[in-house]
Design a protein around this ligand. Structure first.
Ligand code: NAD
Ligand code: TYD
Length: 365
């Protein structure tokens, strides 16, 4: 009888939003996987996200505090661990922050990916190029730029990034592709749409609006509120990543989407209505009154929409959660985890809210 070999996976940025969900999901569904989480714990990383794990799962998770750009540390980690695969989430991830301070996006997203590629390649070659090693680079649909009212991003859509964030992700994607073509490193890229779900840092649209509605603060909508994003529940994304690690073809890109295009304003209306119902608010207290149309984000992409036919056809993955169902799960999570919210809204968070919103017109309540 063949006994399944245990797998040891390096996850970078595992203390952020998607990484946390990925690690928690993977420990649950892959009992023969051990995970090393390398994270430098920027404002977006939370060391407490795994505190509640049961010992059979926490014993398979090892945390390393460190920077993905630190080649000496990476070299040590790879030689100590012989990783079977790498899942690379670590990045600066917020478009508005990239507008106010682009440099760290270049440094983390490009140099960090470059350092990780180099050490992954060295380790893979030292170990005589194991066939099943995968370098999975988690990227974004934003590398493709902005769509008009029609059409979808496919894996063949030319790159056309607009923000410093998407430019840095596009550059890192090109390095990943180059390491496959030049050195045969078995690398795969996934480009996904906007994720939502538990543990998302409250600077992004959904958690920011959820918390502002709960606390009855103004709801800042950029521009006319008609920008469209495709929304992907984070657990659907995590499952897609697992399928790509196990069955994806090296050198390929897979687009991952939620088949849930929505205008920002419609999402905010929905959140207001669902939370009002839960919190028993009606009449003059309804939360839609908190909506404020504020000055637009510079270079604001109008629409993103993913054609996820390839991953569906080749790997049999499709999103399992309906948008309204997963929004309700997300709302319940935030309502039930206000202590988590309090812990991540540190002094740094308050400064960010001031920097990003104080000069926008029309934000008074
Ligand atoms: P996040 O900002 O919530 O988390 C990023 C994590 O990376 C944090 O834990 C942070 O501490 C860590 N990190 C940052 N710089 C680091 C460094 N130099 N060394 C080590 N760790 C570092 O991001 P997220 O929303 O979880 O996104 C994860 C990945 O998915 C990113 O690569 C992002 O570009 C991509 N992505 C995200 C979305 C989304 O909707 N959130 C959509 C598409 C793609
Ligand atoms: P965001 O969550 O920052 O994700 P991304 O820019 O990567 O798509 O923003 C989602 C959409 O919501 C985007 O069109 C910008 C808009 N938005 C607002 O209208 N107000 C806000 O306060 C924020 C943070 C975003």
């Amino acid at each position: 009888m063949e006994i399944n070999k245990r797998k040891r996976i390096l996850v970078t940025g595992g203390s952020g939003f998607i990484g946390t969900n990925f690690i928690r999901h993977t420990l649950h569904v892959k009992p023969d996987w051990d995970i090393v989480n390398l994270d430098s714990l920027t404002y977006a990383g939370n060391p407490h996200n795994f505190q509640d794990l049961k010992s059979d799962q926490s014993g398979r998770l090892h945390f390393v505090l460190g920077d993905v750009r630190n080649e000496n540390l990476l070299s040590q980690l790879f030689s100590q661990n012989n990783f079977d695969s790498v899942v690379h989430f670590a990045a600066e991830s917020h478009v508005d922050r990239s507008i106010l301070g682009p440099k760290v996006f270049l440094e983390t997203n490009v140099n960090g990916t470059f350092a990780l590629l180099g050490e992954s390649l060295r380790s893979w070659e030292d170990r005589k190029r194991p066939n099943d090693f995968r370098f999975l680079h988690v990227s974004t649909d934003e590398v493709y730029g902005s769509l008009g009212p029609h059409g979808y991003f496919t894996e063949e859509t030319p790159y056309n990034p607009s923000s410093p964030y998407s430019a840095s992700k596009a550059a890192s994607d090109h390095f990943v592709k180059a390491y496959f073509h030049t050195y045969n490193l078995p690398a795969i890229i996934t480009n996904c749409s906007n994720n939502y779900g538990p543990f998302q840092f409250p600077e992004k649209l959904l958690p920011l609006m959820i918390l502002n509605i709960i606390e009855q603060k103004p709801l800042p909508i950029y521009g006319d509120g008609k920008n469209i994003r495709d929304w992907l529940f984070v657990l659907d994304h995590c499952e897609a990543i697992l399928q790509v690690i196990e069955r994806g073809v090296p050198g390929n890109t897979y687009n991952i989407g939620g088949n849930s295009e929505r205008q920002n304003i419609d999402i905010v209306h929905l959140l207001c209505d669902l939370l009002d119902k839960r919190l028993g608010r009606s009449g003059k207290d309804t939360s839609r009154r908190l909506i404020r149309f504020v000055s637009d984000r510079p270079g604001h992409d109008r629409r993103y929409a993913i054609d996820a036919t390839k991953i569906e056809r080749e790997l049999g993955w499709s999103p399992q959660f309906k948008f309204e169902e997963a929004i309700n799960i997300t709302l319940d999570w935030y309502l039930g985890n206000m202590a988590w919210v309090k812990s991540v809204r540190s002094g740094e968070y308050r400064k960010w809210i001031e920097d990003n919103y104080e000069d926008r017109e029309n934000l008074s309540i």
